[in-house]
Write a protein that binds this ligand. Structure first.
Ligand SMILES: NC(=O)c1ccc[n+]([C@@H]2O[C@H](COP(=O)([O-])OP(=O)(O)OC[C@H]3O[C@@H](n4cnc5c(N)ncnc54)[C@H](OP(=O)(O)O)[C@@H]3O)[C@@H](O)[C@H]2O)c1
Length: 301
């Protein structure tokens, strides 16, 4: 079976590509970087530029499933122009694919899109699952709404749509965990604010296997891609320090300081998101790393 993946060169994409190729899938991938185009057995690259509306239309040939992972990183300062890029890299890219499918005969049956837990409101008390309808009224919350809407439009073409609202991905290969590890390694680790804010996370291996499960089963709808074991910022900081055998002696960093340093992006460190995945439980999906302990043991070498 042929799968078209956008953002295949990123953290989740690379893990998913390896898993799919191991299981005899053929990958077509769209990349914005011509230098990342390589063609080898079962792995073929195609150029696109969603901002300019450019796409190599051959990418769709023989494809039955599209996995849409492309998106500019949220871990850069959210200037006005970067906010536009955060939205456009996800939405214009989905629109470009939609318009291609609309005008070209194709065999696509399933559109699987990345999404974010940022859609759920910030709360110390409440937990949210896939049935929750409350939405966070913030830049990120609104970004996710636009992102998911751009995925939902594929239903007009009779294509099934799945959206994986993903928590922070833990991995030794990149992403937020590596950034949390750096200061702790340098004896400069500390929590943020009260440290009580909840982090919902998932290990890279599990998120790739979850995408694989969704692809194989042509699953539709919202799926919270999170582990069952959420953790507070303070406990996570302590656990990482324990794994690194580093002391924590600095006081927690107050919100206003991080706001001065990071600007609006500081919310990533202070928002509390206690997210549950009812659907993963229903699927009977077996996590490889269901506890913070096991995920950190694997990710901190
Ligand atoms: N990692 C996490 O913790 C996490 C959590 C929640 C949601 N997600 C979402 O899941 C998706 C995949 O995450 P990831 O961690 O694998 O991301 P990543 O490592 O940053 O990779 C994203 C890919 O998107 C493409 N991209 C970057 N900027 C782009 C732009 N302006 N226009 C079009 N494409 C662009 C790049 O591919 P090319 O250079 O090949 O074009 C890049 O490899 C993202 O949409 C992300 O927001 C991730």
């Amino acid at each position: 079976m042929k799968i078209l993946i956008t953002g295949a060169t990123g953290l989740i994409g690379q893990e998913l590509v390896n898993l799919l190729i191991k299981n005899n899938y053929t990958i077509h991938y769209l990349t914005t970087s011509p230098q990342k185009i390589i063609n080898k057995t079962n792995y073929y690259g195609f150029y696109w530029n969603p901002q300019e509306g450019k796409i190599d239309e051959n990418c769709i040939e023989g494809v039955e499933t599209i996995v849409h992972l492309a998106g500019a990183s949220i871990a850069n300062r959210w200037t006005k122009s970067y906010k536009t890029e955060l939205i456009e890299s996800r939405v214009l890219s989905a629109n470009l694919l939609f318009n291609l499918l609309k005008k070209t005969p194709n065999q696509v049956k399933h559109f699987v899109s990345a999404s974010g837990t940022a859609i759920y409101p910030d709360s110390y008390i409440k937990t949210y699952d896939e049935t929750s309808t409350e939405i966070e009224n913030s830049f990120l919350g609104n970004l996710v709404i636009k992102w998911e809407k751009s995925a939902d439009q594929f239903q007009i073409l009779n294509i099934k749509v799945a959206k994986l609202r993903t928590g922070v991905v833990f991995s030794e290969k990149g992403g937020a965990l590596l950034e949390m590890i750096k200061p702790i390694k340098m004896y400069l680790g500390s929590g943020f604010g009260s440290g009580k804010q909840i982090q919902s996370w998932i290990h890279l291996t599990d998120v790739a296997h979850l995408y694989y499960f969704v692809i194989q089963n042509q699953t539709v709808g919202i799926i919270n891609a999170v582990s069952p074991d959420t953790i507070s910022n303070q406990d996570l900081t302590t656990q990482i320090a324990k794994h690194l055998k580093r002391p924590l002696f600095l006081p927690n960093i107050p919100k206003f300081i991080m706001k001065l340093i990071l600007g609006e992006m500081h919310v990533l460190l202070f928002n509390s998101k206690n997210i549950k995945s009812v659907r993963i439980k229903e699927f009977g999906f077996k996590y490889k790393f269901s506890t913070v302990q096991s995920a950190l043991k694997n990710s901190i070498k």
